[in-house]
Design a protein around this ligand. Structure first.
Ligand SMILES: Nc1ncnc2c1ncn2[C@@H]1O[C@H](COP(=O)(O)OP(=O)(O)OP(=O)(O)O)[C@@H](O)[C@H]1O
Ligand SMILES: [Mg+2]
Length: 273
């Protein structure tokens, strides 16, 4: 779908409604980096690392080598606490060292995660470890929890500029139930992959589309996919309308670069799951 693959060193949006597969696709991108001998970092603001490891264990040893930084604010702690640099109390570690059952919370008091602290950690860790792929899961949570007192559009704009300066290929997941998301993120991101989800009587239909991709040609059609243990199985031989109706066989199925859709379901329009 991305003819020529992603252009390295740029920030991209991965938008979609709840449960559409954003985290799964983001992890697939990070695991692909591991297979290519690169270092990959997940900054999680929603799914605790132990749950993420357990929910996505189908990625196997590649996921174990993806490094994770738990930036989830301690939302159970109601009392406002003084700002503390989260790098002092939390560390980046590979999924392989994340305990399966218990969330690792080394600090005794609640920690306010600020955008400034997170940027500082990213700058330090990218310089120290040479990550070439980073995922922020999610930008929505980052705006909600970490940009208190900052206009969320200005905050997103400044964070995207920061990521561009880091020169790392970054995916920012965005939860977007409606058809559209805030225009500032959209304008500033170098590309946007969008996931769609339609819930039918007894099934769910999902589709993926490239809404925008600066600097390269791309497939503008939506293709249905299923979520499997090792990522998204994109059915490139089929296209799907914006209302979720499978319409016709696509003539072109070219893929390259980071995008590794796996076909092989034998086609057919029954893509619900
Ligand atoms: N191994 C799997 N096999 C089949 N379906 C799966 C598998 N893993 C996840 N799913 C399905 O995919 C859904 C979405 O997964 P994922 O967490 O990637 O979505 P998301 O868009 O990040 O969701 P959220 O908005 O909650 O963060 C899950 O709710 C589950 O129904
Ligand atoms: Mg998710």
């Amino acid at each position: 779908m991305l003819q020529g693959g992603l252009l390295g060193g740029r920030p991209y949006l991965l938008a979609g409604p709840a449960g559409s597969g954003k985290t799964t696709l983001a992890l697939e991108f990070l695991c692909e980096g591991i297979r290519r001998g690169e270092r990959s970092l997940l900054v999680t603001l929603e799914e605790p690392p132990n749950e993420c490891r357990s929910n996505h264990h189908g990625f196997g040893p590649d996921l174990e080598r993806v490094e994770v930084f738990d930036a989830i604010p301690d939302v159970m702690h109601y009392e406002r606490v003084p700002f503390k640099d989260i790098s002092m109390v939390r560390e980046v570690l590979p999924f392989g060292r994340v305990p399966w059952l218990i969330r690792r919370t080394p600090e005794l008091t609640g920690v306010e995660v600020t955008i400034a602290a997170l940027e500082q950690i990213l700058r330090t860790e990218v310089a120290r470890c040479g990550y070439s792929r980073v995922v922020i899961d999610s930008l929505t949570a980052l705006q909600y929890f970490c940009m208190k007192g900052i206009d969320e559009i200005d905050g997103a704009r400044s964070f995207l500029r920061f990521l561009s300066d880091l020169k790392v290929t970054t995916f920012l997941t965005v939860e977007s139930p409606a058809d559209d998301i805030a225009s500032a993120e959209r304008m500033l991101a170098r590309g946007e992959i969008r996931l769609f989800r339609w819930d039918r009587d007894r099934s769910t239909v999902r589709a993926i589309g490239i809404e925008k991709f600066r600097g390269s040609g791309h497939d503008i059609r939506l293709h249905p996919y299923r979520i499997g243990p090792t990522g998204l199985d994109i059915e490139l031989a089929l296209t799907i309308s914006r209302r979720g109706t499978v319409r016709r066989r696509a003539e072109h199925t070219g893929l390259a670069g980071h995008d590794r859709a796996r076909t092989g379901h034998g086609g057919g329009p029954s893509l619900s799951q």
